[in-house]
Design a protein. Structure first.
Lengths: 320, 331
């Protein structure tokens, strides 16, 4: 309630106006921030994530992309040194520079795969949940059909199937291996079913509320009911799920790239830097240690962040 | 057609097909509403008052709902035959509805300003500045202090009464010609109730708006309505002017209802009467008079045949009963 009628007036405040007596109620955003702030691991995760992003994108200013791709056969498999702080790889490329440019691609893949997943998952889940009936059955059976195929298997088959056909692409003055697009597409198209289910269940419960009936009674169109009334009420689990799916996409990319089916060199990602590193697990630890560490850190920090968001956005949580 | 008649409902039947069978919620309801008139629809919970109104507005979910028959003529156009997009034009603009519980009828994640503005945006295609200006005026008119500031607040920052006022501002934004008020005071405490009734009455006079007031509070009815429809188990059992209904109820159910109501002008030592039994199971297809099982005057024909709603007294006083309750004679 807006009025804090339960609070007993304290002595000495009689001169204040009612407006001054009452602390202004917190908006939903402020409440969320308060709860998020209490979540130490989430704050830790946000900070680490922020540092990694600074590392990947700020590093561009120090090393050029050409440098990260330059092979130096005379300097193969060098251990970390002053000249190459993270060492060099099997064909003499600087690992520090490659983790920087690889990080950009990994983060990019994580974010765009999440967007593809959001687009598919939210649309399909919303349609199924709102319209129900036959459309719901068709969409949900499709969702289940995608779910029963192991995602990794589907990923590998699709990555292999599409990999040959895509040429390199120019974007922002840089050349990317076309396989980046393939990976984004493949990850997006295999990970939406969980999100679709979450969105559907949200829509099923939110659409039964009186305020939806009231909104319809004022002549609000179906499109506005879905996007302006139900979706904002379902946004919390969607945000959480989207956050966690960025981490999942980064892991999946690393996984397929490690198996040699992911992003093609010379474009670096943290995943394809691991490719072949297993031959040198003992002899050249720096090959796998730095990209591996970065993957572990970013996934961990995104998961902490998602966890914090889950608690902070939960409307049932009373903790302030 | 009477030029003043803006809404005419004929033989409306609404059913719901659910797992347990078919719910016969509204069973042939007919009534008419003139421009600027206030009618009250009274009856106990589950008697089909709300379902009737939602059917008229096309807000019954189909399936499981089904409008088995009937027409709802708004200025001569049948609302029940309109497409969804035609109905969207009517809802909120020509016919608005306010709901019983202001705690749940406002979207918790949208600001009050956005919810009031939505009606204006949808129907009047106003620009942002004009919407804001009009929303402030509306909030002011419904008696919310400091409206400019409160537009950006959320429903949880409003008290129950304020929310109902905001709901009223929303429904009246486009100056509808009919307002359906579905028990708008039930969830509020008594002093606020009186204020809300007062507020709607003011608007009705200012805008010459017709009001359909759904309630189970016969006290409120006496205050504001001109005519009353009494509903029971999906039927209209009696229709009369307010005074006629109170002084001369012609249906046994109405008589029993009024006998159950405490009145200041009656002797205090009389016990209030209650109606024995329970309303009929709506899952059974109605046959005969729905009140037969609880009626003292019941005879064979009541159980076999539903009595039609016929004129029983002057001023279009109608009742649906096989017995003339004033004389005890069968019709």
């Amino acid at each position: 309630m807006a009025e804090s009628t339960l609070e007993q007036p304290k002595p000495g405040i009689a001169s204040l106006t009612p407006d001054e007596l009452e602390t202004p109620p917190l908006s939903l955003g402020q409440l969320t921030w308060r709860r998020f702030r209490r979540h130490r691991m989430a704050i830790f995760g946000s900070v680490v994530l922020f540092l990694i992003v600074i590392y990947a994108f700020g590093g561009m200013l120090v090393f050029s992309e050409a440098y990260s791709n330059r092979t130096e056969t005379g300097a193969r498999l060098q251990a970390p040194s002053r000249e190459h702080p993270f060492g060099t790889d099997t064909i003499g490329r600087d690992i520090l520079a490659r983790t920087i440019y690889g990080g950009q691609i990994s983060i990019l893949i994580g974010l765009t795969a999440m967007l593809v997943e959001l687009l598919l998952g939210v649309t399909i889940g919303a349609m199924a949940g709102y319209f129900g009936g036959r459309l719901d059955s068709v969409l949900m059976r499709t969702t289940e059909a995608v779910l029963v195929i192991p995602q990794i298997f589907l990923l590998l088959v699709m990555a292999r199937y599409f990999a040959q056909s895509i040429p390199n692409i120019e974007f922002l003055g840089r050349t990317f291996s076309g396989s980046v697009l393939v990976i984004i597409f493949v990850i997006g198209i295999t990970s939406w079913p969980y999100l679709a289910r979450i969105v559907r269940s949200q829509f099923l419960s939110v659409k039964e509320n009186d305020f939806i009936l009231a909104a319809r009674a004022t002549g609000t169109s179906t499109r506005d009911i879905i996007f302006r009334h139900i979706l904002p009420n379902s946004i919390a689990p969607i945000i959480v799920s989207a956050t966690l799916s960025v981490a999942a996409a980064i892991t999946l990319e690393a996984y397929i790239s490690f198996l040699g089916l992911g992003v093609r060199p010379p474009t670096a990602t943290w995943g394809n830097m691991l490719e072949g590193a297993y031959n040198y697990v003992e002899s050249a630890w720096w090959l796998w240690f730095f990209p591996g560490l970065l993957i572990a850190l970013i996934v961990l920090s995104i998961n902490f962040l998602g966890d914090g968001l889950r608690d902070a956005l939960d409307p049932h949580s009373r903790a302030i | 057609m009477d030029p003043k008649r803006i809404l005419e409902i004929n033989n409306l039947r609404t059913r719901f097909h659910i797992a347990e069978g078919t719910v016969y919620a509204v069973n042939g309801v007919s009534f008419a509403l003139n421009a600027g008139e206030t009618i009250a629809v009274v009856g106990e919970s589950g008697c089909g008052k709300t379902v009737t109104m939602l059917s008229i507005l096309g807000l019954i979910p189909i399936p499981p709902g089904e409008i088995a028959s009937g027409e709802a003529l708004y200025n001569g156009h049948d609302l029940l035959k309109m497409t969804e997009s035609e109905m969207e034009q009517i809802r909120g603009k020509d016919i608005a509805m306010i709901f019983q519980d202001p705690m749940t009828a406002l979207n918790p994640v949208l600001s009050i300003g956005r919810q009031i503005g939505e009606t204006l945006r949808v129907h009047l295609a106003m620009d942002k500045q004009a919407i804001r200006q009009r929303s402030i005026e509306l909030l002011e008119q419904v008696g919310i202090p400091d409206p400019a500031h409160r537009l950006s607040e959320y429903p949880h920052q409003f008290s129950g009464g304020q929310r109902q006022r905001a709901m009223i501002a929303m429904s009246l934004a486009c100056l509808p010609s009919i307002l359906i008020a579905d028990e708008p005071t039930t969830a509020l405490d008594v002093t606020i109730q009186a204020q809300i009734v007062e507020l709607i009455q003011q608007f009705r006079e200012k805008m010459d708006m017709a009001v359909i007031w759904i309630t189970h509070d016969l006290g409120v009815v006496a205050d504001m309505a001109e005519r009353v429809l009494v509903m029971y188990a999906g039927f209209i059992v009696e229709e009369a002017l307010v005074d006629d209904l109170y002084e001369d109820p012609r249906h046994p159910y109405t008589q029993a209802l009024l006998a159950a109501l405490p009145r200041v002008d009656r002797r205090r030592d009389r016990r209030l009467l209650s109606i024995p039994g329970a309303p009929p199971n709506l899952l059974v297809e109605p046959k005969g008079c729905p009140f037969a099982a609880r009626c003292e005057l019941v005879f064979d024909r009541c159980r076999a045949e539903m009595p039609p709603l016929i004129q029983v007294a002057p001023n279009h006083h109608q009742a649906a009963c096989w017995i003339d309750v004033t004389t005890g004679r069968k019709r």
